[in-house]
Design a protein around this ligand. Structure first.
Ligand code: ZN
Length: 62
């Protein structure tokens, strides 16, 4: 499973959406409530029909 890294720079502070980009197909999606530092989130790619991969997002504030 691929893993990408996100920070607060990728997060809309007002809405707490974090922009993530699938490492398999590069489609972007916004995930809600995914901003806990040091936590790994498993995301299922939902943005394109050919790609139903899961990938990990490691969220860190720095
Ligand atoms: Zn994908």
């Amino acid at each position: 499973m691929e893993r990408i890294y996100c920070t607060y720079a990728d997060t809309e502070v007002a809405s707490l959406y974090t922009h993530v980009q699938c490492p398999y197909c590069n489609h972007e999606q916004n995930k809600l409530d995914m901003d806990e530092c040091g936590k790994i989130y498993v995301i299922e790619c939902e943005e394109c029909e050919e790609c139903e991969e899961q990938y990990e997002v490691y969220f860190d504030a720095s």
